[in-house]
Design a binder for this molecule. Structure first.
Ligand code: ATP
Length: 235
């Protein structure tokens, strides 16, 4: 890695945050040397349904989940700072990743950005607004997700601009565009079979879902979130 500030940017709806999100962050931190890792909750995601829980609740649940991890410590070689960025609440909507990256660059100054996404998001990346520009601005760290095969990951990478070529049998692809040092790293040390959709379904059915931190479940209960599927609930 270049001798610059390295920032991981993990965007998501976090509706609600679950063990998959946390384990992805852990896996990324275990194999990179980042200085800062940002969880960036989407204010209004463009390529998804409208979030069920309002932004302030999703941020509060993320805070609770991270408080616990920040106390026990994150893996990895560096002294990384793991924080929540509320930048998307300040930017225009919908919350496009390209705008978020530019906003972060403006606020944090020159840095090397590493965008963290799940393999399901990689497969859809070519549908994202100005995705070519996103790829020019940052490295990608892609977490494996059950249901998305390594072959589907390779196909998705082949579809992207940047002429990414796999480095031997490693899980690193490098852009072949002259002057570009962009990489895509596939992290398959984790496979976490969970989604926020399933958790919301379980909650709406009155069940207690697995893979959600107990403090987050308490919060959900206290604020009456996700009682009805697909509708905005809670105060
Ligand atoms: P939903 O079910 O509401 O679509 P989600 O579980 O996919 O939500 P998001 O907050 O939308 O969660 O995801 C944020 C990012 O984390 C995305 O890039 C997504 O691909 C990734 N991600 C979420 N859960 C997992 C998981 N279990 N394994 C790998 N990647 C995941």
């Amino acid at each position: 890695m270049e001798n610059k500030h390295h920032i991981g940017v993990f965007g998501g709806t976090f509706d609600p945050v679950h063990e998959g999100h946390i384990r992805i962050a852990e896996a990324v931190l275990a194999c990179t040397r980042l200085d800062l890792f940002l969880f960036v909750p989407a204010y209004l995601p463009p390529h998804k349904r409208v979030p069920v829980a309002p932004f302030h609740h999703r941020v509060a649940m993320l805070e609770l989940a991270l408080d616990e991890k920040n106390r026990t410590g994150w893996p990895g070689p560096g002294q990384v700072e793991v924080v929540i960025s509320r930048i998307e609440a300040e930017l225009k909507t919908p919350s496009y990743t390209i705008d978020t990256l530019k906003g972060l660059e403006g606020r944090l100054g020159p840095a090397v950005f590493h965008l963290v996404i799940g393999a399901d998001s990689l497969v859809e990346l070519h549908l994202w607004y100005r995705y070519g520009e996103i790829l020019q601005r940052c490295h990608l760290l892609v977490a494996a997700r059950p249901g998305i095969s390594p072959a589907a990951v390779q196909d998705a990478i082949d579809r992207l601009p940047g002429g990414y070529v796999r480095h031997g049998s490693s899980n690193i692809w490098r852009s072949s565009v002259p002057g570009s040092n962009r990489t895509i790293t596939y992290i398959d040390s984790v496979q976490v079979p969970v989604s926020s959709t399933r958790i919301r379904q379980e909650l709406a059915a009155g069940r207690r879902p697995a893979m959600v931190a107990p403090v987050v479940l308490e919060y959900i209960e206290k604020h009456g979130l996700y009682r009805c599927q697909g509708e905005e609930t809670g105060d």
